[in-house]
Structures are given as C-alpha cells and as structure tokens.
Design a protein around this ligand. Structure first.
Ligand SMILES: C=CC1=C(C)c2cc3[nH]c(cc4nc(cc5[nH]c(cc1n2)c(C)c5CCC(=O)O)C(CCC(=O)O)=C4C)c(C)c3C=C
Ligand SMILES: [Fe+2]
Length: 429
C-alpha cells in the first residue's frame, strides 16, 4: 500500500503547516504558481498544546487525560505483511505530523481535494492530540490456516481473548478489531480529524469495524471529572507520574520482548440506563458506588483522596462501604492487589428505542449514553479480568449498566524517530 504523498500533484505549490513554530513554512515548489496564495500556518505556537509523538512509550497512556476521545477499531483486509507494514509506516508519518498540528500530509495552499488531508483541522492547534495504537488478537491469528502477517508466534500470552463475563451483551458491530487507535485531544474535531485521516491512509489494507467518540467534563478547578452518573470518576488510579507504579501495573512485563514499554488496553463501551439511575435516591446511589456523590469521598470519610476503610461498620454492624458496592469490588485489597490505569470517557450517541425492564415498563426513546471504559495494564489477566470477574457478578451498579462491546489490544512501545509503530514486532526473527 502506498501511503499518501503529494507527488501526484504536479504544478501545484505545497505548504507544510507547522505547530511549534507558526512561522515555519516549508514549500516544495515543483512549478511556479503565479497567483498569490495563503500560507497554511498553525496558530499553535505553545508547547503546552503538543504532546510529543516520538518516545520510549506511546503517548496517550501516561498522559494527563485530554477532554475528548475518538476510539476506532479496524479489521485488516489485506493478507500481505508488507501492506500492513506500509500502513503502519504511513500511520506513523501522519501521526507524527498531526500531533504537531500539521495536516496528515502536506496540503496545497488552496486545500484542494486531491490533497492528502481533508482540511478540517487546518488552523487548529493540536490540542494535545495523542494517537495510541494497539493490535488485537486477530492481528496474530491464522486465517484459513495461514499466519497472514508472520507474527502469530509472537502473540504475547497476556493478549488473551477476553472471557464472556456475566451480563455481557456484546454486539458484534461494536466488538473486536485487529488494530485500534485511541485518538485523544482537547478538541473533538482534532481527534476525529486524526482518525479520519488514518482511516483514509489505511484504505487499501484496513476498514473501520467500530468507533466510539467520548468526552470528559472540563473541570475549571482541574479536579476529578464527573461521569454521567454524577460521580467523580478517576480518583483511585495508579499515579501516571510514578515510574515505579507505572512499571508495576501498566507497562508490559518481559514475556514478549517486542512489548517492552508497551501496555495492554481493554476497551468497553458500557451503556448506562440513565433514566433508571435518575429515579434512584441519593442515598441509594451512594450505596451503589460506595462513595459520597458531592465530595467523592469514600462512604464514612471526608475527603475524596481518603483511602477506603473496608473494615468500618455502621451502628448495626453493616459495612459502611457495602459488600456489593462498586468501589469495594474494584479495590486492590479484594483483588489480590490488582490495579489498572483507567482512562475512560463519557459518551452520548443520541437516542435509541428501549423497552424498559423496570417500572413503569415504558417503551420509549431513551438516551443511548454511557461510559467508554478504557483501561491500560501490565497484563489483562491480572488486571481487568481479575477485577471484573467478581464485579460483573456482584456489583450493584450492574442493574444500571450494560457492556455492549469492546476489545483487548496489545499496545506496542513508543516509536523512535525514523521507526514505525510496532516495528520491534516485525523485526522479531
Ligand atoms: C474493572 C472494571 C471496571 C469497570 C467495567 C468499571 C465501570 C464503571 N465505573 C464507573 C464509575 C466509577 N468507578 C470507580 C472506581 C473504580 N472502578 C474500577 C473498575 C471498573 N469500573 C476500579 C478498579 C475502581 C477503583 C476502585 C478503588 O480502588 O477504589 C468510581 C469511584 C471513583 C474512582 O476511584 O474513580 C466511579 C465513580 C462507571 C460509571 C462504570 C461503568 C459505566
Ligand atoms: Fe469503575
């Protein structure tokens, strides 16, 4: 597959938009153009708008969460290893450019349609765009008895197929994928634009399987954002600025050489029955979650960051944090110390028709909204699977939420300048 370039546009004058230095304009003139032209510069002169793409680790994992996500999973349509490598090279090039605030490929000054970028991010800062890539089990699977891309033997043991969990209602059209990209930015159009260009560059080798946009509440005070259930979400997470904690819980171990400094992503779109939830009294909502709604503090505590006191009882001898509350079931103390890095986003897909299974058993249009649950971990077997096995059976929150899709992906390490995403895998013997 050939990635987008501008060599098929003779006679036009091309410009590179830049981010870090708005003044920089790289022009490649193949023929002089008489008319005056606009310069595609980018107003993002501020380094705080840019998260470096190159590095030991992929950005978008231990990166402070941006306001928006566009998550997409693709099926590979090619059977050729070289096509996949070409696609990953093209994605790498385009990602390095877009995360700097440049178009996916050099654009004509008139944004003409044959250019390799659709143009909707022209003039926008990169808004801390990160593009994080992962390979699903299908990437390593044999098709018709053939190891399509010659990587089957390098499938890491940690990249297990997720088991069926209690209550799962996974829809095929929202599940799986050979490759995924998590595009996060502080502007939804920047995130969408990036996935749109990657999709276009992959046209000959991969097609979209499912996608889910999402958003986070913009907290003026930089506090923990609230999810659509109205609770602060993201309080208890391994700290992203602690290399020791990240090594212990998030970055992959030694079991597959090419995954060193990578991580495993579990993605689950989870629909929340908001109408049902909204009929519950505050006290019950807090029992379900195990935390106070206003402060986010654990039940029985004052401050959001206070540790869970799982042994505290009320006057009747009942646990202050109920046995089947969400946070108790998620706590490391009841999961053999398991921890995952949650990086979830709320989503709102408009309305859909639902026949309620609770009083007054209405049939009506309801919000198709919920949480795009995203979590990174060293190993899904000791991370998501370990925690969710119990949670899926006993969590009181399960009356209000339904897992409707998802996937598991091996996210390789970061890319060194000149390399491409997943290169260490393809260089394995
Ligand atoms: C492992 C799987 C988990 C799923 C699936 C999940 C779904 C889910 N969670 C919320 C809201 C909150 N979760 C909170 C804490 C929390 N959740 C998980 C795991 C899953 N959540 C863990 C491991 C924890 C931390 C537990 C702990 O150590 O205390 C909280 C409390 C605040 C916080 O710590 O972030 C909220 C709120 C929703 C709405 C949801 C699915 C729709
Ligand atoms: Fe949770």
């Amino acid at each position: 597959m050939s990635h987008a370039d501008d060599s098929h546009q003779p006679g036009r004058r091309r410009f590179l938009a830049t981010a870090a230095t708005a003044a920089t304009v790289a022009a490649t003139a193949t023929a002089p153009v008489a008319s005056a032209h606009r310069v595609l510069s980018n107003p993002a002169a501020d380094d705080s708008d840019i998260v470096p793409f190159w590095g030991d680790y992929q950005a978008g994992i231990a990166t402070p969460q941006q306001g928006h996500v566009y998550f997409a999973a693709f099926d590979l349509t090619t059977d050729k290893r070289d096509d996949v490598i070409a696609m990953l090279r093209a994605w790498t090039d385009a990602s390095a450019r877009m995360t700097q605030g440049q178009p996916a490929a050099p654009l004509n000054d008139d944004l003409s349609t044959e250019a390799a970028d659709s143009g909707e991010a022209v003039g926008l800062s990169p808004h801390r765009l990160t593009l994080t890539f992962g390979f699903g089990p299908g990437f390593f699977a044999t098709k018709d008895g053939v190891d399509r891309f010659g990587v089957g033997k390098h499938r890491p043991q940690a990249l297990v197929d997720l088991p069926r969990f209690n209550g799962d209602q996974l829809v095929a059209e929202r599940t799986g994928g050979d490759v995924c990209v998590q595009a996060c930015a502080d502007d939804p159009q920047v995130a969408f634009h990036a996935v749109r260009q990657l999709t276009r560059l992959a046209y000959a080798s991969a097609k979209l399987r499912w996608a889910q946009p999402g958003f986070l509440a913009a907290q003026k005070d930089k506090g923990t954002p609230r999810n659509l259930m109205g609770f602060k979400d993201g309080t208890m997470n391994p700290p992203i600025n602690s290399p020791a904690m990240m090594n212990q819980y998030v970055w992959a171990g030694d079991e597959a050489d090419w995954m060193k400094q990578g991580s495993y992503l579990v993605a689950r779109p989870i629909r929340i029955a908001l109408e049902h939830w909204d009929r519950m009294k505050l006290g019950f909502q807090e029992q379900v979650m195990g935390r106070h709604k206003d402060t986010g503090a654990p039940l029985g505590s004052k401050n959001e960051k206070d540790g869970l006191n799982l042994d505290a009882n009320d006057a009747d001898g009942n646990p202050l944090i109920p046995d089947n509350s969400h946070v108790r079931l998620g706590a490391p103390a009841v999961n053999d110390g398991a921890q995952i890095l949650r990086r979830s986003y709320s989503y709102d897909n408009g309305l859909s028709f639902t026949a309620e299974r609770w009083p007054p058993w209405r049939q009506a249009m309801e919000f198709d909204a919920g949480l795009l649950f995203l979590c990174y971990q060293k190993d899904p077997r000791t991370g998501f699977i370990k925690i969710f096995e119990n949670m899926s059976k006993f969590d009181m929150m399960n009356q209000f939420v339904t897992h409707i899709g998802g996937g598991v992906f091996a996210c390789p390490p970061g890319v060194k300048q000149g390399g491409y995403i997943g290169q260490p895998l393809f260089e394995m013997a």
